[in-house]
Write a protein that binds this ligand. Structure first.
Ligand code: GLU
Length: 850
């Protein structure tokens, strides 16, 4: 370009810049003066002031030519400098977990370096608000608030400021313009006068020709005279970056390794400044990374392609490129990018839902990183010590709500009562358990009791409020006719006759004034050791030898003796009577919380709709309920006794006799008794068949269920859901030969239509599960049978039709007598369950089969 025209162009650009700069001029000078402090400051100021002066006078062209802002990393290797990392949120919504993880990794890098003595390490927050239409102040505030909640405090950024500000792109407009001008001056960018229509028609033609659309380079080498004429005529133009011939951008990504782009083949000359003077996103990012001296850019994979343009701009500016690390996307369980439809994704929502910041960062850190071991629980300090970008892996991480909850529960356990208490208070108020205007002493004691009750079992702090609500309510139905409103186990307990007498005795004790009640002088007894230490474990009770917990224990012991009951046969009915729920936390702790809620002047939020059922009312409800229990359910059923006999045999080798080589019992002693006393349905009313799992996958909504397709010898495989996820992997199930109970009616399990049941063995507390296996030679579809001593009965019963089988609840009646013996042989009433190739077995001896 001849000198004179270049000068005229320069002149015009300066003028345009002046117009564009005017509104922000005074603000920028002020900020610049107050924020820049180091050597950088004088350099920055000098360069900015000389530029502004020359622009304002519109004369001294020459002084503008070298106006590049300082690039702190020039002449340095970013890898060897104290880390300066940045989190660059676009304030167009709330902080998403993906953004939070990016922020966390950046924070950990800076924090880790600082802990190792690198005082110059810096975590920067830069607000990328160039998209004026979508950026909002509220969003910026909420993102910053969430970062603060997570404890990811920034060293430089909005509010805190720093030496390299301003930290909002909207406040850096003049910087981008001056850099654009420098690029124009040096011929690394050029004005482009193509109109939108022209660009559109080029694009159309390219697409028609099967080429990927890109700028056609029309103004790249345009005649300077013509350019000048257009400028003189006031034609609008964009500033385009001149992609150098043969340019390549190659990066050594920390997470993804070497990535290279053939720039010329990938992009056309792209826009830096729009005709309105508004800079384009990638240009801002490159200029900011360069001027802020960013040493490493850690961001999401979706920005990988931006690196090409950003790299080209940085190269043109002569600024060293930072090191890049592109982290994988966070996915939902369906392997799609995590979004709102997968549930909570914003940090604020997790905060509301009772998650702890330390648990959040613990979990987020693991979405793509591990410390090389299978360790999963880290405190904040431990994360800072262990985190290392080189162990961040490139594969997509699936967001697992259950795991987050598990981690949250662990962190809650690790915290002290005093630390957790304020968080619980927040939830108790939010969920209308406490009235924030209530008496502070009452608020304090109820919060303490609710915290102690929930401390070791809650998964989120919301659980403490939910638990308190459950404890204060009394869900026993009014009458036996309403029994369907309670849990099946409770219905069973009541119908078994085990409930009536215990509950009756409790009512009688209450009437006689001997039912132990919380100590009104010190209601907190169940939560406090004698030395004042707080109790959080459910099975530990405080208060000493004469306190309420001790009195309750004595009462229960006496009751058990009188009624000849112990263990769960005593505790389940008593708990159901006192709390309306058969199993749950220590009764004395529950009653103490209830007492606090019923005290005169209690701070519970009755106006907010909280349901509190005082002991007096409970006893009256219980009394009414007991009256409605029909006569037949007031005594313990024979069946229960028989079941106990069977379970009592567990592990007793003598009833098995010597056994055959295969472990099949030949003993006729006790098991013969069992057979003769058994009054339930015949084994062979069950249609149990040998099947093979041909396909298996995890249920989409349940972390317990596997969905299977099982060949049971029918034209089509059956679809079956089994609660086996906690015990097996998919590969354990794939192609496995199994025993399938086929005449169960099809029903939906977590929405999945399941038709049949895979038989398994489990120990008594169901912590271990094994399959019931058919012999290797057994045929698929073959019916499994029981014939007493392992001989096929002459008149084998017909399998019951599905509807009959289900209606009569036959399996429930049969199941207590299905067990494995000490050799793992599957037995019914102590005799083997057979296929035509031999008995069925299991890897678990002495287990219950269901
Ligand atoms: N502002 C971008 C975002 O919010 C981040 C870009 C970057 O880190 O380079 O996704």
């Amino acid at each position: 370009m001849p000198v004179h025209s270049s000068r005229r162009l320069h002149h015009l650009l300066s003028f345009l810049s002046f117009i564009m700069l005017l509104p922000s001029l005074s603000a920028f000078s002020l900020q610049a003066t107050s924020r820049l402090s180091s050597a950088m400051r004088s350099q920055h100021l000098l360069s900015i002031n000389s530029r502004l002066m020359s622009v304002a006078s519109g004369t001294n062209m020459e002084s503008m030519k070298t106006d590049l802002p300082p690039f702190p990393l020039i002449g340095k290797n970013p890898d060897e400098e104290p880390p300066r990392v940045r989190f660059a949120p676009s304030p167009t919504g709330s902080l998403h977990v993906g953004g939070a993880r990016t922020a966390l990794y950046n924070w950990l890098i800076a924090q880790g370096a600082r802990v190792e003595g690198d005082t110059n390490a810096s975590f920067i927050v830069r607000v990328e608000d160039t998209d004026v239409a979508r950026s909002t102040k509220e969003s910026e505030e909420s993102v910053l608030k969430d970062l603060e909640w997570l404890g990811l405090q920034w060293d430089e950024g909005p509010v805190t400021n720093g030496d390299f500000g301003p930290y909002r792109q909207s406040e850096r407009a003049d910087l981008y313009k001056s850099v654009a001008r420098t690029l124009l001056d040096s011929g690394k960018a050029y004005p482009c006068f193509s109109t939108n229509e022209e660009l559109e028609s080029v694009k159309e033609a390219q697409m028609k020709a099967g080429e990927s659309p890109r700028y056609d380079g029309k103004w790249r080498d345009a005649d300077p005279e013509l350019v000048q004429q257009k400028i003189d005529a006031g034609d609008p133009y964009t500033v385009r970056f001149k992609v150098p011939k043969g340019a390549r951008v190659v990066i050594d990504d920390v997470v993804r390794g070497t990535i290279a782009w053939d720039a010329e083949a990938t992009v056309g000359d792209f826009i830096l400044l729009r005709s309105s003077g508004v800079p384009v996103y990638n240009f801002c990012v490159a200029v900011d990374d360069a001027t802020m001296g960013i040493t490493m850019v850690v961001r999401a994979e979706e920005h990988l392609t931006n690196t090409l343009r950003q790299g080209l701009i940085l190269d043109a500016l002569g600024a060293p490129r930072p090191r890049y690390a592109h982290c994988s996307l966070i996915l939902g369980e369906d392997q799609q990018k995590l979004s709102k439809r997968h549930g909570a994704t914003s940090c604020n929502q997790f905060k509301e839902d009772g998650f702890l910041p330390d648990a959040m960062i613990n979990y987020l850190s693991l979405l793509g990183w591990n410390d090389g071991t299978d360790r999963e629980i880290f405190t904040r300090d431990e994360l800072v010590d262990s985190f290392d970008m080189s162990r961040v892996n490139p594969s997509g991480a699936v967001f697992d709500m259950q795991k987050l909850k598990w981690i949250n529960g662990n962190h809650l356990k690790m915290m002290s009562i005093e630390e957790v208490k304020p968080l619980i208070l927040e939830q108790l108020i939010k969920h209308n358990v406490l009235n924030s205007n209530g008496a502070s002493d009452s608020i304090n004691r109820i919060t303490l009791a609710a915290t102690c009750l929930a401390k070791q079992m809650m998964v989120t702090t919301v659980d403490a409020a939910t638990n308190a609500k459950a404890v204060l309510a009394y869900p026993l139905p009014q009458s036996f006719d309403d029994l369907s409103s309670v849990e099946p186990d409770e219905q069973k307990l009541i119908k078994s006759g085990a409930f009536y007498n215990v509950a009756k005795a409790i009512v009688a004790a209450y009437d006689a004034g001997v039912l132990p009640r919380p100590n009104e002088v010190n209601v907190m007894e169940p939560f406090e050791e004698l030395n004042g230490e707080l109790i959080v474990e459910d099975n530990a009770t405080g208060g000493g030898a004469y306190a309420y917990p001790a009195a309750w224990k004595t009462f229960m012991k006496t009751l058990g003796k009188e009624m000849n009951l112990k263990g769960k046969n005593l505790f389940h009915p008593a708990r159901l009577a006192m709390t309306g729920v058969m199993s749950g936390q220590d009764v004395t702790k529950q009653m103490a919380l209830l007492q606090l809620a019923c005290e005169f002047g209690s701070a519970v939020d009755l106006e907010g709709g909280l349901e509190v059922v005082p002991l007096e009312v409970r006893i009256e409800m219980l009394r009414g309920f007991l009256e409605t229990i029909p006569e037949e359910f007031r005594v313990k059923k024979e069946e229960v006794v028989v079941k106990e006999v069977v379970q009592g045999k567990k592990g007793g080798g003598d009833r098995r006799g010597e056994g055959t080589a295969a472990g099949v019992t030949s003993d006729a002693g006790d098991s013969a008794d069992l057979v003769s006393t058994y009054e339930g349905p015949a084994f062979n009313t069950m249609d149990v068949r040998v099947g093979r799992i041909t396909k298996v996958w995890k249920h989409e909504e349940s972390d317990k269920l596997f969905c299977e397709e099982v060949d049971v010898g029918e034209a089509e495989p059956r679809q079956i859901a089994s609660g086996l996820q906690p015990f097996f992997s998919e590969s354990d199930l794939q192609d496995r030969k199994v025993l399938v109970l086929c005449n169960l009616k099809a029903r939906k399990l977590a929405g999945f239509p399941s038709h049949g049941m895979v038989l398994c063995t489990s120990n008594d507390d169901h912590t271990s599960v094994k399959f019931c296996d058919a012999p290797v030679d057994a045929e698929i579809g073959e019916r499994v049978w029981w014939g007493g001593d392992g001989v096929l009965p002459e008149n084998m019963e017909e399998a019951a039709a599905e509807n009959k089988f289900a209606k009569k609840k036959m399996f429930e009646k049969i199941a207590p007598y299905l067990r494995t013996n000490e050799f793992g042989v599957c037995e019914f009433l102590g005799k083997p369950i057979m296929t035509n190739s031999g008995p069925c077995t299991s890897a678990m001896a002495d287990g219950g089969i269901s």
